[in-house]
Design a protein around this ligand. Structure first.
Ligand code: PLP
Length: 384
């Protein structure tokens, strides 16, 4: 595909855009029709068939961003995750999933898969051997997330894809935290790429959406299930998402830069016990991250010294908001124990090394010195 040669910001701004033939407007027109004539046309268009003009145009942009042949847009990240997994798994099959996963994905698997007759194993670690150890005769899918939520662990894309090929499995990744700006897993041989477009693709905390990208053949399979499950996105939101993605390249690069500054500041602060960020040389997988990522992303997490109360600290922040979601242009933070990972048992959290005082930090595009000043004033208040 010729689009691979264009740079990220060019694809973000232009790829797949619709032309306004009637009025020559600058941006893609929005087609809200749920009904299209089907006489004398080849394509039967309908929003739940994922083939309205705006859906098709944005899918092409997302496919280009992920170096994929095809893509689909969903009504949420979880609609994308569940449809992708269930498209490649049937009753009697088994899936191997990475131990550290987005809470919603973990819940989907442990709460729903049994009733579909699908069995699963979580890895004990993130090495290729950890994945191979869980593969059974009926395993069909390897599922990973890197960088992961909330500890920013890194999984080796090339090693996982090699393992999947060796055993004839489909490899899948949740690429949400990296965004297509920082990581293109298909270049490393991963088969299916999933996004919560609610995060970096949307980028302004005002859109709920998801995406899946892969080969045409794999996307046929995803489509076959998706049209029956019905998790499509309204065309109005598709249009808004296209608008958001135009600036994704510059937003994410600014967030990469800010996150690096914040990670270094926190790492050098005597009030902070631990910082987890793949861009820090102290991160155990810094070299691996460097080899497979173009930027280290806008997400990090940290633990305050045990003498500082993490809840009080968050209450004292003035600029940085405590908030559930992530990846917006505004900086937010949260306690995974109380929010994203609250549904996990304390044992399960301990197993994933999620400390009660851990704080997940989604770094926005504000001036880094203002973010640092906010954290410093909050720590000073809580310490006194
Ligand atoms: C938010 C998120 C999801 C789920 O996406 P929704 O849009 O909330 O359904 C999946 N994976 C990761 C890594 C996420 O951060």
């Amino acid at each position: 595909m010729g689009n691979k040669k264009q740079g990220i910001n060019t694809i973000c701004t232009h790829f797949g855009e619709l032309k306004d033939e009637q009025f020559k407007g600058a941006i893609s027109p929005l087609y809200m029709s749920t009904s299209y004539a089907f006489e004398d046309v080849e394509v039967k268009r309908y929003p739940r068939y994922f083939n309205t003009p705006n859906q098709v145009a944005l899918s092409e942009k997302i496919a280009a961003l992920e170096h994929a042949e095809a893509a689909m847009i969903f009504g949420s990240g979880m609609a994308a995750v569940s449809t992708a997994l269930l498209a490649f798994l049937k009753s009697g099959d088994h899936v191997v999933l990475q131990k550290t996963l987005y809470g919603g994905t973990y819940n989907l698997v442990v709460e729903e898969f049994e009733k579909f007759g699908i069995s699963y194993s979580f890895t004990d670690g993130l090495s290729s051997n950890d994945f191979e150890a869980k593969i059974q005769e009926n395993t069909k899918v390897l599922y990973i997330e890197t960088p992961s939520n909330p500890l920013l662990t890194i999984t080796d894309l090339a090693a996982v894809s090699k393992l999947a090929k060796k055993h004839g499995l489909v490899s899948m990744i949740d690429n949400t935290f990296a965004s297509p700006v920082n990581q293109n897993p298909i270049d490393f041989g991963i088969d299916v790429v999933i996004h919560s477009a609610t995060k970096y693709m949307g980028g302004h905390s005002d859109i709920l959406a998801g995406a899946v990208a892969s080969t045409k053949e794999n996307m046929e399979r995803v489509f076959h299930l998706a049209k029956n499950l019905g998790g499509s996105l309204s065309d109005y939101t598709v249009w808004l998402l296209e608008r958001s993605i135009k600036t994704m390249g510059i937003r994410v690069k600014a967030q990469n830069e800010n996150a690096q500054i914040m990670a270094e500041y926190l790492y050098n602060s005597k009030d902070i016990q631990a910082v987890y960020y793949p861009g820090l040389p102290s991160h155990p997988d810094h070299e691996l991250a460097k080899s497979q990522m173009k930027g280290f992303g806008g997400m990090l997490s940290f633990e305050l010294n045990s003498t500082i109360d993490a809840s009080l600290f968050q209450k004292e922040l003035k600029l940085i908001k405590s908030s559930m979601s992530l990846a917006g242009v505004e900086s937010t933070l949260l306690s995974p124990t109380k929010t994203s990972h609250a549904l996990l048992s304390p044992e399960e959290r301990a197993n994933q090394n999620i400390a009660d005082g851990l704080i997940r930090f989604s770094v926005g595009i504000e001036e880094a010195e203002d973010l640092i000043a906010d954290i410093e004033q909050a720590i000073t208040k809580v310490k006194n």
